[in-house]
Design a protein around this ligand. Structure first.
Ligand SMILES: C[S@@+](CC[C@H](N)C(=O)[O-])C[C@H]1O[C@@H](n2cnc3c(N)ncnc32)[C@H](O)[C@@H]1O
Length: 286
């Protein structure tokens, strides 16, 4: 079955019915298409996983799926970007109902959007709203500098073509039902991973900014990939590290003796893009 991957703006082959869209974000590089694989990975345990850590959370689809489907007792999400973090902080720790209603009742037009974007948002909740707004009206959901508003969009609907106020409100409200099982940290993935090296029973889903497309897609894209491999190789817990499939990444995996598999991500553009999945073991892979 074909599904539309909002994040990349393309059709991907995926059993969409099996992957509910739970995130309020349309996320560039989002991992919705990988969810069936992530489920298998998390089901290695007889019981549910005690702690799942998602150090590069972004749109958080893996964390949300694990929380909703009770695949983990507790989930810790980590994200460095302050705009994205504001959304998670407001939804998980603060005024989620305010945000849900603000989106639902917002009068979306160019004038209001301009005023919103130029407002020097002081409160966390305002930053959260503005982040959702930009994520929905900017090309490809890209928040990084240089991104701009959708011009024509679907059916010439312009900035409104991805603004689904009711859906967004419902998703934000739904997350509040599982919020007690999710902790959010606005911080650096490297710090959290370094602190968790000896956490044997934890699972780490690690989806860093890509080596190639990262710069265009994310404000925080410049990470030390070699260091990430070095730390990942030292984790005592279970991990899944995803990357774009490039010779440099394969080289790093080999250097740190890490096993990997490739997985195709099919698009309607008729090219097949591979991603690399690196894991401590592949007994769960079928
Ligand atoms: C590939 S995206 C994650 C996408 C996510 N898996 C999803 O499905 O929505 C990588 C994320 O890592 C964040 N990031 C970059 N450097 C970081 C760092 N040092 N610590 C924490 N997050 C970071 C970026 O802002 C971006 O949101």
């Amino acid at each position: 079955m074909f599904g539309f991957n909002e994040a990349i703006g393309e059709q991907v082959i995926i059993n969409v019915a099996s992957v509910p869209q739970r995130s309020p974000f349309r996320y560039p590089g989002g991992k919705t298409w990988l969810i069936p694989t992530v489920r298998r990975w998390l089901k290695q345990e007889v019981n549910s996983v005690g702690l799942l850590v998602e150090p590069f959370a972004g749109g958080g689809i893996v964390s949300l799926t694990a929380a909703f489907e009770k695949l983990a007792d507790h989930v810790t999400m980590v994200e460095l970007d302050h705009e994205i973090s504001a959304v998670w902080e407001v939804i998980l720790n603060g005024k989620n109902e305010w945000l849900a209603e603000k989106i639902f009742t917002y009068d979306l037009n160019y004038e209001n959007v301009k005023a919103e974007l130029e407002n020097p948002h002081k409160e966390l909740q305002d930053i959260a709203f503005c982040t959702i707004l930009k994520n929905r009206i900017f090309h490809g959901g890209i928040l990084a500098k240089g991104s701009g508003m959708i011009k024509n969009g679907e059916n010439g609907k312009g900035i409104a073509s991805r603004w689904y106020p009711k859906t967004l409100r419902d998703r934000i409200r739904a997350i509040s039902y599982v919020k007690d099982s999710i902790s959010f940290i606005n911080g650096n993935a490297f710090d959290i991973l370094e602190k968790s090296l000896d956490h044997q029973s934890a699972y780490f889903f690690i989806d860093p900014p890509y080596t190639i497309a990262g710069k265009r897609l994310y404000t925080h894209y410049d990470i030390d990939h070699q260091r990430l491999f070095e730390i990942t190789a030292q984790l005592k817990g279970k991990f899944m590290l995803t990357y774009d499939d490039t010779p440099e990444i394969r080289k790093l995996a080999d250097k740190y003796n890490l096993q990997y598999k490739t997985i195709p991500m099919k698009t309607t553009l008729h090219f097949e893009k591979n991603e690399i999945i690196i894991s401590d073991n592949f007994s769960w892979w079928v």
